[in-house]
Design a protein around this ligand. Structure first.
Ligand code: FES
Length: 350
C-alpha cells in the first residue's frame, strides 16, 4: 500500500475490505421439535382448524339453500340473514384455512436454517445464450414457426377461451323481461317535489330553477287515491321514476318536431338516471342548460332533447312529456316513451 493511500477509506483507495462471515445465529429449537407431546398437540390444533373450515363450508351451502332472500327474507341485525350467514360462514372457512396454514408452517414444518452464497442477479452471458438457444430450439421443435395453420388456430382458440366466462355472466340473475320498459308515470299524474311530495305549480318555477321531483303515486293520500307502495315495489318505483324539472326561456329550447308540446312555458322534465351506468344526476349549469353526471362526466343538453354532448353515455336522457292541469299543477302527459337508465340486453341502442 502506498503512503498516499493511508488516510483514504478502503473503498476509495481501491482496497477491498473483506468482512468476516458472521456465521449462523444460535439455533433455538421449537417446543414441537423437542417434545413429541407438543408436536402432537400442534398437529391436532392444525387439524382442528382445517376441520372447522370444512364445517363452515358445509354451513355455507346449508345457508345458501335454506335462508330465503327477497321480500320474505329473515332480517338479522338490520341485514338479510342470508347475507350475514353466507358472509360469515365463507369468511370463517377461509380464515380457518389461513390460520391453519400459518400454524402448520410455524410449528410443524421443518425448521432448518440454511444459508447460500449471494450471486449477482443477472445471469452470465453464457447462461443467457444457452437459454435463448433452448427457447429457439423449443420453438423450432414445436413446429409452430413453420406451421402457420396450427399457430393461428391455437392463437384463435386461446383468445376465445374466455368467452364462455363472459357469456356465463348472463346467468347472474333473472332477465328483467319488461320490467325495465316502463315506470309508474301515467297520464295526468302530478309531478311532486322529492322528499316532501308537494305538487308543483308551474308558477312555482322561475327561469333557471331546477327541482328534483317524483310522481305523485309515491305519496299516496286519501285525496289523490293512489295505492300505497311498500318495500321493493316502492324502491323500484322511485328509482325508475325520479325526474328533474328545469325552467328555461322557451326560446332557448331547440325545436324537435316530435316533441313540440312536451314542455310547458320553458319547463322541461327529464329522467334523473344517467343513461351510462345509472348514477342519479342533478348538476345543472344554468346558462348552458347542460346537466353533468358526477360519475363519469357525461353531459346532456336539456335544451336539446337531453342530447349527449360529452362523456361515455351513449343515449340521450329520456324526456318526460309534461303539461299543466286545470289547477295549474305540472302533470305528466304519459309514461316515458322509452326505457330509462342504462342500456340492457333486450333494449335497442337508439
Ligand atoms: S353514470 Fe353517468 S356518466 Fe357514467
Amino acid at each position: 500500500m502506498s503512503e498516499s493511500n493511508d488516510n483514504l477509506p478502503a473503498e476509495t483507495s481501491g482496497i477491498v475490505e473483506v468482512i468476516p462471515n458472521p456465521g449462523m445465529p444460535e439455533h433455538h429449537w421449537r417446543p414441537t421439535d423437542v417434545d413429541p407431546k407438543a408436536e402432537r398437540r400442534a398437529e391436532r390444533q392444525v387439524a382442528m382448524l382445517f376441520g372447522l373450515s370444512m364445517v363452515c363450508t358445509v354451513l355455507f351451502v346449508v345457508a345458501y339453500f335454506t335462508l330465503s332472500i327477497g321480500e320474505d327474507a329473515t332480517v338479522f341485525a338490520g341485514f338479510g340473514a342470508s347475507n350475514v350467514a353466507l358472509g360469515l360462514t365463507f369468511g370463517l372457512a377461509l380464515l380457518f384455512i389461513g390460520i391453519g396454514i400459518i400454524q402448520l408452517a410455524r410449528k410443524l414444518m421443518a425448521d432448518h436454517e440454511i444459508s447460500e452464497m449471494r450471486h449477482p442477479a443477472k445471469s452470465s452471458d453464457e447462461d443467457r445464450e444457452v437459454t435463448l438457444e433452448a427457447l429457439s430450439q423449443g420453438l423450432e421443435e414445436s413446429g409452430l414457426g413453420r406451421r402457420p395453420l396450427i399457430r393461428n388456430t391455437l392463437l384463435g382458440a386461446v383468445s376465445l377461451i374466455g368467452i364462455p366466462l363472459v357469456v356465463g355472466l348472463r346467468d347472474l340473475g333473472p332477465l328483467p323481461g319488461d320490467k325495465l320498459l316502463s315506470t309508474i308515470w301515467e297520464k295526468d299524474m302530478r309531478i311532486v317535489r322529492d322528499v316532501t311530495g308537494t305538487p308543483i305549480l308551474l308558477s312555482d318555477l322561475q327561469i333557471g330553477d331546477l327541482a328534483n321531483a317524483q310522481p305523485e303515486a309515491l305519496f299516496p293520500t286519501e285525496e289523490n287515491g293512489y295505492p300505497e307502495l311498500t318495500g321493493l315495489e316502492m324502491q323500484v318505483g322511485k328509482s325508475k321514476a325520479s325526474v328533474i324539472l328545469i325552467r328555461m326561456n322557451p326560446d332557448e329550447i331547440v325545436p324537435n318536431k316530435d316533441r313540440e308540446n312536451w314542455s310547458v312555458s320553458g319547463v322541461v322534465c327529464y329522467s334523473k338516471i344517467c343513461t351510462h351506468v345509472g348514477c342519479p344526476i342533478s348538476l345543472a349549469e344554468q346558462k348552458t342548460h347542460h346537466l353533468l353526471c358526477p360519475c363519469h362526466q357525461s353531459t346532456f343538453d336539456l335544451a336539446d332533447s337531453g342530447r349527449v354532448i360529452f362523456g361515455p353515455a351513449a343515449r340521450a336522457l329520456p324526456q318526460l312529456p309534461i303539461a299543466v292541469d286545470s289547477e295549474g299543477y305540472l302533470v305528466a302527459q304519459s309514461d316515458f316513451t322509452e326505457p330509462v337508465g342504462p342500456s340492457f340486453w333486450e333494449r335497442d341502442s337508439s
